[in-house]
Design a protein around this ligand. Structure first.
Ligand SMILES: [Zn+2]
Ligand SMILES: [Zn+2]
Length: 207
């Protein structure tokens, strides 16, 4: 049976009453950060996208709406979202972090296509049992478990002839990208080390 990897976190328009926005602003107030319009815009764009974006991808996405927002601000805001428990920072074999709109308390696993960069989420009822069995066999106490499967997604694994003539095949790949992740871009505008350095609050500067 062909299984559909269910996207657990789905995108869509985020309205003002969205509880995630309220939780984020509560967190900002509690932690002494300012609730700026830029931060609100970044957070909405992140939840609208509903996928595993890097700071740079989100920056490119919102650049058209708000050219004044810099990459470092996007990165810093994503880190704040993570600190607020509203996003999970993940690494999928890349040199930079991606931010998952599924909170850390919603465990799930990922299928990562190494050709088009698509990342799909899945859960399987049999996995917890298998994990328990393995852990028990080794006398191991598990406190976190994540499963990442790397390979080719259904679109990329399909033989090129089955994808139809060239134009059709190209269209199919573009669709897959727009629904999920954008392809891996190399090299990034700024390395994570530089981003990290610039995102660090300086001395008594306002947060
Ligand atoms: Zn995920
Ligand atoms: Zn693919």
């Amino acid at each position: 049976m062909r299984r559909q990897a269910t996207p657990l976190s789905t995108g869509g328009t985020v309205n003002d009453g969205d509880p995630r926005l309220r939780r984020f602003f509560d967190f900002l107030a509690r932690s002494g950060h300012k609730a700026t319009r830029q931060r609100a815009l970044i957070v909405r764009a992140f939840f609208d996208a509903g996928r595993h974006v890097s700071a740079e991808e989100l920056y490119h996405q919102i650049y058209g709406q708000a050219p004044g927002i810099g990459l470092v601000t996007v990165y810093r805001t994503l880190k704040l979202l993570r600190d607020a428990g509203l996003a999970t920072e993940r690494r999928f074999g890349e040199s930079y972090a991606r931010f998952d709109p599924s909170p850390a308390d919603r465990p799930h696993n990922h299928l990562i296509c190494t050709r088009c960069g698509k990342i799909q989420e899945f859960r399987d009822r049999g996995l917890p049992h298998l994990q328990q069995k393995v852990a028990h066999g080794y006398g191991f106490a598990v406190n976190e478990c994540k499963l990442e499967l790397y390979g080719l997604c259904r679109d990329c694994a399909r033989p090129s002839r089955a994808r139809g003539h060239r134009a059709g095949g190209r269209r199919a790949r573009v669709d897959a990208r727009s629904r999920f992740e954008t392809p891996r871009r190399a090299p990034p505008l700024l390395t994570e080390e530089t981003l990290e350095k610039r995102a660090r609050p300086a001395g008594h500067a306002k947060k």
